[in-house]
Each structure stands twice: as C-alpha cells, then as structure tokens.
Design a protein around this ligand. Sequence first.
Ligand code: MN
Length: 227
Amino acid sequence: MPLKEYDKKRNFKVTPEPSGKSAAKPKQGPLLYVIQKHRATALHYDFRIEWNGVLLSWAVPKGPSPDPSIKRLAMQVEDHPIDYAAFEGVIPEGEYGGGTVMIWDQGTWTPEQEDVDAALAKGDLKMHIHGKKLKGSWVLVRTHGYGRSDGKSWLLIKHRDEYASTDDLTVLKPKSVVSNRLLAGIAKEAGGDVAKAATGDPAPPKPAAAKRAKVATPARAGKKKAS
Ligand code: MN
C-alpha cells in the first residue's frame, strides 16, 4: 500500500480529510497538480503532483516563487490520495496537520522527461505546470544541503520562460482558487481557529487607514452638504 504512511498518521473518524482507501481507483485524463496553503503548526504550501495513482507531495515553507533566481526549499512528505486534491477545510486541532487548508492553486502538469520514475530517482524532475497561478516550466531538484541527508530535501525552482517573473505570488494572490476565500474565511465556515488561520493571510488594513476612511464619510445625513 503506497498510502500506508498517509493513513497511519490520520484518524479518519476525526479529520475530514479523505482516507487512503480512495486511492486505488484508476484515473483517466491529465495528471493533476495542486498547491494547498496550510496553516498548521507553521504556515507552508503543500505542492502535489499526481503520479502512479497518488499525489507526490512536498511541503514548501515559503511557497513557490516564479523568479528563477529564487530557490525554494521543498521537503518531501508522504504520498497523498488523489482525492486530497479537492480538500479545502479544517483539520481539527490536535490531529496530524491540525489547522486550515486552502486550495491555493490547481490544474494539471506534464512531465518534461520521458521517464518520470528515473527523474524522481535521480532527484531532478522537470515539469510543465498548467495552473491558475503557476504556469510554465519548473524543476524539483533533490539537495543534500540543509543538514539533511535522508533524500527528502528538495528545491523548487522556476525555469526561465515567458511565465518567469519577480512577482511574489504568495502576497499578490493569497486567495483560494476554488472558493475565493482567505484562510480566515475557510476557518470561520468550518468552525476552525479563525485567529490562527488569519496569521497566514495578508495583514489587514492598518487601523490608521480605517480611521481616515471613517472621518471622510459624512457624519450625519442632512447635516453635511455633498460637494
Ligand atoms: Mn501540510
């Protein structure tokens, strides 16, 4: 069972996440790609690509960067079931990965090598990503740095193409691609920890700005002439 580790870490009587049992069904069509923004113990972005009936998964603490000069650490984690790509909601506190999950980007991917298994074994996987936020050519490269030598440490890097840019997508595009919600909105609707989720969202407008806006509104109807 490729999802043994996934199932072992979770109690499906408590968490709304899909169980690994759903993995066995064969799937047709293009290979799925998804990034889930996850406000767990620490905020991170879970980068997942479908391969061999599961979602290969990497946790990217800082999220992807479309700037080819920026390499983002990506820690490989346990394979996830295909159905996980549709999961957006709240994992109860105290459970594995407890916190709020957002579908931050989704789409499909195309391998840029003929032999994906060989590329994964070698630790150099070139991918063409067809997402709503991420597009074009990217690579995952296994690294032996960062004090780890268990083969789980990779770097996610954008290749130079027409989709390369210096935009910080994590700041410019903070919302869910399926529900247009921020983390706090997802947490609120699913009965999660809204304050904790909100720490993963962009900072709200400064109180000073809100005050100015209030002052600018006419105090009482009729007392002030519109000009
Ligand atoms: Mn995660």
